[in-house]
Every structure is written in structure tokens, then in C-alpha cells.
Design a protein around this ligand. Structure first.
Ligand code: ANZ
Ligand code: ZN
Length: 802
């Protein structure tokens, strides 16, 4: 009777054939519109490709295939983010040098990705730990250095005791290490930073980016733009003026004390003899406390009086100046005005040290409130006991007070950002060395571009010891000549954060084979920006922020062609097993390889897509996968049916409905419902029969979802010579889809007033529009009544007219 489908042998055959035919080699000369389809490349740690990679990469590839069939010249590259901790930790665990283990792991992952049946253009592969790549990562560093965007500074930095390295702020959110969840401590070290803060305003602008709202909001919150005012306070008996930063200048008549940060450079000169000892003690203790501790909300507020007094420039009132560790030096000006009536922290502080509490703002009933509730009162609240500003609305007063202060030369408007500069040095071996030489005579000297790469030495003890950079133990690496004076110099021994490697790889892909430049101008200009970027939402405030920044900086340097690197962004959801996150420690990790062996990759790919909407994720179970296997078996049979149709109209209607549904669902990344639609079609066609022309269309729309399977049917069963992926995506004929209409009843204030015939899936807006056009309804509207609401419960339209 019918042949049955043998996934394993079929898939191997097509993978081989596709490679031989060069089917997925990018056509650089094509006249078709370009489409850059990108996934976040994997870390080749010891784990191989796991189910999360599969869940993200397979549908991403289906999307690329879909776009290709829609007439685009699709560029779909892949590579390996192979520097950094995952690879290095694996090497440490196994004792195999990272250079060796990376080679093996990359080779293994490559095989897995081929087995997945992806249409990656392997010619353009990048491996970030290869010197051909990291040479250009060092080049990126030099460009930023030339622009004044890379600098070294001694600063308190996050230190992960387990990873034995410093971390960027983004990698230590909530005080935990992004990689190992250890509690982060603080160290005072000299480190390299990138001035991402200079780009805060541009990074806040997401106009024209088709990105998930949530991700844009997360970036906005992380950048943390704050608009406020600076006020200057003269210190009694000195020439010193202290600036405070406040977002609520409207409370200035409620200031009863001012607080200075323990690290403030002016503090030493302001303390009087009597308070010197207690202040010194306090400052010492504060230096040992981390920022995370100091800013914890539930922590008891402490501080000491400095003996100094400052003057409020508006009413001449004197306030005592205190030093307290809840004021940080690296935000605003490092000095804060204390308003205990309206700020909780200041309130706790005032209570503890018996300071005055003066109300200066009130809600519309005259009641005082804390600023936590500002959203409720910003519009209605008013100033009280505030001199000439008394009675003024809060928002209005902010403008007026700041303008007045400005005229007096005692203040101005100011914008601050929470975002800190990006700390990029790491005390680890497995990264791109920072291309800088330190010379006694010339100081810090960048290595000239022509002398790149600074190669990572092979024979170095790579296991980190006591927080010293492993490279510092190699005199051969460290000792060099100064590029400027040719005298003796020493190299930087830190390596770059791997997020530097991944913040420009999308620019490299189209020029991956070029060893003269990091990327060719014309090619990059043609291919950037990335049209579709797919990857995890956990990268919102790290990779996705860094990549935007580096791209913008390289644009300013005249290299990158576009302001933004990624036009459309889609995040995959998470796969769970029995409702729990998969993890090695729980022992519930599903290995994709076993399933591929058993079912083949198309069935596995389809099953992953069938679990739920791509962005939502789903729960993995073994039963579902056999259902998909049976389904593909059924289509395979259907494609061998002789042409014998019961009802031609029925077939046409289902065919076009299915094309429409699959097209629309794939556009939305709802692969799960696209697959359901195909299943429904197959069930109907099994009973009703199928035509040769319908077979052709069905194979085409199934092709992105089950690539090997579709190619097998297309060429071997239907007898075509060329690949199904060189075919055009079928269009549907809406005339064939017209549904049987249903009657909808229209109620006005509870009484049936009219009826109309509509399609069963009519939207609320369309129903409303159509109903408004009815004569009977218009009569009611003409009486001057306003349509307030409309409901479409089931098949009923109901107007409430007032
Ligand atoms: C007086 C005041 C009264 C404040 C009030 C708040 C409420 P955002 O929105 O986060 O920018 N602040 C300023 N610099 C600080 C620093 N270096 N360390 C700790 N706190 C600092 O918050 C701005 C507010 O945070 C400022 O407004 C200041 O306190 C505080 F009822 O000034 B406010
Ligand atoms: Zn020198």
C-alpha cells in the first residue's frame, strides 16, 4: 500500500544533499530584498546543545525558511560565543585546556546544529575565541579608546568570590552573580570601563524598534532616567558650597538637615574638631560596607553630625550637616537634602537623631503624605508653609523654584541616570587580552592596530588563584616593549568581559572571511540592521543593552551603518519539565540527542513548536511527541493518495483556510496553532480526498515546520527536481474561505432592536461599525443618545445607550 516515513535515514540524506548543493550558501549578489535572520549564538560550554537551544533555534530557523519562501534573500548565520566563564569553568573541571576543550565542544555543537536541519550558512561562522575574531574585538576596544569611551579607574566594584573576578553592575543585579548566583562582595580596584553612560539618552530611545514592550521597559528602568534639580547650600563659616540633587525641589521648605556621603571629597574640610573622631570612625566603617547593604530598604539608618551647618538659599534657614552611608557618592552629587516629613528614609533618620520634622506639602484635603505615594498627589498636591510658593501645585512649583534658584545662581535643572559605566575587565584567563601597554615613561599606551592581535598565551596556568589575573603569572606575556618609546613596558593582564565579544558579532558575520577589516563597509551597509533577532529575555539589560551601545559607538566612529542593530526582537519562552525549570541539580534535564535518535529532528522540532506559543514556552512531556510522529506519518500517506475527491468545494475551502491560518500564525510566531491548522486539514482531507495541486500547496506550507520531511515529499514523492525551499510561499484566495454567516442580535438598553448577518469570528470593532450602520440603530443614535459600550457576548451585540 503506502510507504511509511523513515525520519532518520531521510534526514541524513537531505542534510548531505543540501550541503552538496550549497542550498543555504548566501547569495551575495542576489537582487532580492535582504533579510538578516539571527539567533543569539550559543556558549559552547560542556553541556552541548540543550533543549533551550532547540526550543529557540529550531523555530527561528523555521522563520528564516518562511521568509526565504516569501521572496527574501535570507542570511542566517551561526557562531559560538566561546570565550568566558562557561567554557573556562568546564576546562577547569575537566583539566583540559580551554583551547582544546572549545575545539571539541564547538565541533560537537556544530554536528548537533546540522542534525537539527538548520539552514545556517556555515561559511560565515564566527568563533569568538579564535584569534581571527578576537583580534577585531581588540580593535573595537581601540576604537572606543580613541573616542575616549574606554578608561581605567579605581572604583568600588562587584566581586564574585566563586568566579574570582569582578563583574559589571548588570551582571550583579540584586547582589547576586549572574553566572553562579553567589553573593557578590565589593572590592576597591583599578579597572577598565566603557562609557555606556554617555549613551544613556540614545539607549532610552526605542522608536522604530519592533521589540517586546516588557524588554523596552526593563531597559528604560535599568537606565533609570531621573529629572530633578540641583540646589546649592553654603556651609557656615567656610567658602564651601554643597550641591544636593533632588527630584522633589517642592519640598525644600521642609528641609531640616542635609546629608553628605562618607566618600565625599569635601567632607574632610567641613568637620569641626569636636566631631572629627566620630566622623572618621563612621567613614571607616562605611568603607567596609557594600553598596548593596547600604541601600537595603529595611536597614536601620545611621549617621553622625559633622558639626557644620548649611543655609537654605530660599528662606535662609540653617540645617545641620550629617554624614550618613545611605547617601552614595556615585549618584547625583553625593549630597542630599533631608525632608523627614515627606521621605521615609529621612523620617527614620530624623526620629532616631531627634531632628525637626516640618511639613511642606499636602494633598487636596491639607493632609501630609510620604513621597512614595507621589503618583497619587503629583497633580492634586499643593505646597504649604513654603513662603512665596505656598498654595502652588507641586509640578508647577518645581519649575518655578528651580528657575528662581537659577536666577540666584544657587541651582539649576539636572538629569541623572542610574546606569553606570560598563566594567569590562575580568581577572580571568579565557578572554580577549586588553590591548594596552603600561610604560613608566609614557603611561598607558594603546597597542597600534597594525600590531594586533595581542595573542592569548597558551602555556599559562589558567586556573584563577586568589583573584590575580592568570596572565600576570606569565613574564613572557607581561614583559614587552612600549609601542611609543620602545622602552620596557608591561601588558595589561586582565581580559575583556565576554559580553564585549558578543556586542559586535552581528557586524562581523557578513564579513567573517575577511582578514583585513572587522567588517566591510558596503556589505555591512547592505545587511544591517538585523531584521529579526531571537533569543532569551534574560539578556534585556546585558547583551541587548551592550550590543546597542557598541553599535552606536561604532556608528559614531564611522564604521557601523545604523544607529540600532536589531530591528525586530522576539524572545522565546521557557521549557519546563513537570512544571519545574530544568536543571542538572534537579536531574530533570531532557537531552535533545536521545529524541533526535528516536524520532528524527523534524518531529522533535515540530513537537517543540506545538507545546505552546513560542514566546510563552511550555511543559515537555514524552507523550505529546508521539502524537506529532503520527501526524507526520499521516501527511506522508496523504501525499501518496491518488486524486479522488468527494467534495471539491469543501477541499478548496479547507485548503485556503489552512494557508491563511498557517501564514498568519507563523507571522505571529504562533507555530503551535499553525500546526493545529495543518492537522485539521489532514483530518478533513483523509476523509474527503486531496488533489495534486492541493498537495503541492500543503507541502510548501509545511516545509518551514518540518524541513527534511517536506523536502522528501517534494522531491521524492511529488517528483520535483529542485528544493522546496526555492519555491514561493502559496497565497490563498479569500473568495474560497467565505464562512457561513451567523445572525447577530442587537440589543439597545436590553431590548432587541435589530438583527444582522456577520461572519462568526467578527471582531468587536467590526460588529460595532456594522451595527451602527443599521437603520433601526441609527434612529436611536439620531435622538442624540450616545453609544457608551458594546459587548459581543457569544452572538449578541448589546448597546448601552445613554
Ligand atoms: C529630597 C527629597 C524629598 C527626595 C522627598 C525624595 C523625597 P531618583 O528618582 O532615584 O533619582 N538622592 C539623591 N542623590 C542621592 C544619593 N547620592 N544617595 C542616596 N539618595 C540620593 O531619586 C532622587 C532622590 O533620591 C532625591 O530626591 C534624593 O532625595 C535622593 F520627599 O531629595 B530627594
Ligand atoms: Zn613608553
Amino acid at each position: 500500500m503506502f510507504r511509511t516515513y523513515n525520519a532518520t535515514s531521510v534526514e541524513k540524506k537531505w542534510q548531505k544533499k543540501w550541503a552538496e548543493e550549497g542550498l543555504y550558501k548566501t547569495d551575495w549578489k542576489s537582487k532580492k530584498p535582504k533579510y538578516y535572520n539571527l539567533v543569539m549564538f550559543p556558549y559552547p560550554s560542556g553541556d552541548k546543545l540543550h533543549i533551550g537551544h532547540w526550543y529557540s533555534y529550531a523555530p527561528a530557523d523555521s522563520w528564516g525558511r518562511y521568509m526565504r519562501m516569501n521572496g527574501f534573500n535570507v542570511f542566517e548565520p551561526i557562531g559560538f560565543d566561546s570565550f568566558g566563564l562557561p567554557a573556562e569553568n568546564y576546562a577547569i573541571k575537566t583539566g583540559v585546556r580551554p583551547m582544546e576543550s572549545i575545539k571539541n565542544n564547538v565541533a560537537y555543537m556544530r554536528k548537533q546544529l546540522v542534525a537539527m536541519g538548520t539552514m545556517y550558512d556555515w561559511n560565515q561562522e564566527v568563533v569568538t575565541s579564535n584569534v581571527e575574531y578576537y583580534k577585531w574585538t581588540q580593535w573595537v576596544f581601540l576604537k572606543l579608546y580613541e573616542m575616549g569611551l574606554a578608561y581605567k579607574k579605581k572604583a568600588p566594584v562587584n566581586w564574585c568570590p566563586k568566579c574570582k573576578t569582578v563583574l559589571a553592575n548588570e551582571q550583579a543585579q540584586n547582589g547576586l552573580c549572574e553566572r553562579c548566583d553567589s553573593e557578590v562582595t565589593e572590592k576597591f580596584l583599578s579597572q577598565w570601563f566603557f562609557k555606556i553612560k554617555d549613551y544613556a539618552e540614545r539607549l532610552l530611545d526605542h522608536t522604530d524598534l519592533d521589540w517586546p514592550e516588557k524588554t523596552k521597559t526593563m531597559q528604560k528602568n535599568w537606565i533609570g532616567k531621573s529629572k530633578g534639580s540641583i540646589v546649592s547650600w553654603k556651609v557656615d563659616g567656610t567658602d564651601t558650597v554643597l550641591d544636593t540633587y533632588t527630584t522633589t525641589i517642592d519640598t525644600i521648605y521642609g528641609v531640616t538637615f542635609v546629608v553628605i556621603s562618607p566618600e565625599h571629597p569635601a567632607l574632610g574640610n567641613l568637620v569641626d574638631e569636636r566631631h572629627k573622631k566620630s566622623v572618621e570612625q563612621y567613614v571607616k566603617a562605611a568603607a567596609k560596607t557594600s553598596e548593596i547593604e547600604r541601600t537595603a530598604e529595611d536597614r536601620e539608618k545611621t549617621g553622625v553630625f559633622t558639626g557644620a551647618y548649611v543655609t537654605n538659599p530660599l528662606n535662609g534657614e540653617k540645617s545641620s550637616l550629617w554624614v550618613a552611608d545611605y547617601v552614595l557618592m556615585n549618584y547625583g552629587t553625593g549630597v542630599v537634602m533631608g525632608v523627614p516629613a515627606h521621605d521615609k528614609r529621612d523620617y527614620d533618620f530624623a526620629k532616631k537623631y531627634k531632628l525637626k520634622i516640618i511639613q511642606s506639602i499636602a494633598d487636596d484635603k491639607g493632609k501630609s503624605f510620604f513621597y512614595d505615594d507621589i503618583d497619587k498627589y503629583a497633580v492634586s498636591g499643593k505646597l504649604v508653609d513654603s513662603g512665596p510658593y505656598t498654595g502652588m501645585r507641586i509640578l508647577e512649583s518645581r519649575k518655578k523654584i528651580t528657575q528662581d534658584l537659577k536666577k540666584m545662581g544657587m541651582g539649576r535643572f539636572e538629569t541623572n541616570y542610574k546606569l553606570r559605566d560598563w566594567l569590562i575587565s575580568r581577572q580571568r584567563y579565557w578572554g580577549a587580552p586588553i590591548p594596552i601597554v603600561n610604560c613608566d615613561k609614557c603611561g598607558e599606551v594603546p597597542i597600534p592596530e597594525k600590531d594586533l592581535p595581542v595573542e592569548l598565551p597558551k602555556n599559562v596556568e589558567f586556573r584563577p588563584k586568589g583573584g590575580k589575573s592568570p596572565l600576570s603569572t606569565s613574564p613572557k606575556f607581561v614583559n614587552t616593549t612600549c609601542p611609543k618609546c620602545k622602552g620596557p613596558g608591561t601588558r595589561e593582564v586582565d581580559t575583556m568581559d565576554t559580553f564585549v565579544c558578543s556586542s559586535w558579532y552581528f557586524l562581523r558575520y557578513p564579513s567573517a572571511l575577511n582578514d583585513k577589516v572587522p567588517f566591510e563597509k558596503n556589505i555591512t551597509k547592505k545587511w544591517m540592521p538585523v531584521d529579526m533577532y531571537i533569543g532569551g529575555p534574560e539578556h534585556a539589560c546585558m547583551h541587548l543593552l551592550y550590543a546597542r551601545f557598541i553599535n552606536m559607538a561604532l556608528k559614531d566612529a564611522g564604521y557601523a551603518p545604523t544607529e540600532e542593530p536589531f530591528k525586530r526582537l522576539v524572545h522565546q519562552g521557557m521549557i519546563t519539565k513537570d512544571g519545574a525549570k530544568m536543571s542538572k541539580s534537579k536531574g530533570n534535564v531532557v537531552s535533545p540527542d536521545d529524541f533526535i535518535k528516536k524520532y528524527g529532528s523534524d518531529i522533535f522540532r515540530m513537537y517543540m513548536m506545538f507545546m505552546g506559543p513560542f514566546e510563552q514556552g511550555g511543559d515537555f512531556n514524552d507523550k505529546g511527541i508521539t502524537g506529532i510522529a503520527r501526524f507526520l506519518g499521516k501527511i506522508y500517506q496523504l501525499m501518496q493518495f491518488p486524486e479522488k475527491i468527494e467534495d471539491k468545494n469543501l477541499l478548496n475551502k479547507w485548503l485556503h483556510k489552512t494557508i491563511k491560518k498557517v501564514t498568519e500564525d507563523v507571522e505571529k510566531f504562533h507555530f503551535n496553532t499553525a500546526i493545529s491548522a495543518l492537522m485539521e486539514f489532514v483530518n478533513t482531507a483523509n476523509k474527503n480526498g486531496i488533489s495534486e495541486s492541493a498537495k503541492v500547496k500543503i507541502v510548501k506550507i509545511a516545509a518551514p515546520l518540518a524541513p527534511h520531511f517536506a523536502e522528501e515529499v517534494w522531491r521524492e514523492v511529488l517528483g520535483n527536481k529542485k528544493s522546496v525551499f526555492d519555491e514561493k510561499w502559496p497565497t490563498y484566495d479569500s473568495k474560497c474561505i467565505v464562512e457561513d454567516l451567523i445572525e447577530m442580535v442587537i440589543q439597545i438598553n436590553g431590548k432587541v432592536r435589530a438583527r444582522m448577518n456577520v461572519s462568526p469570528d467578527i471582531s468587536k470593532d467590526a460588529a460595532l461599525k456594522q451595527a451602527k450602520g443599521l437603520e433601526n440603530v441609527q434612529k436611536y443614535l439620531a435622538e442624540g443618545k450616545v453609544m457608551k459600550e458594546i459587548f459581543v457576548p457569544g452572538k449578541l451585540v448589546s448597546f448601552v445607550v445613554k
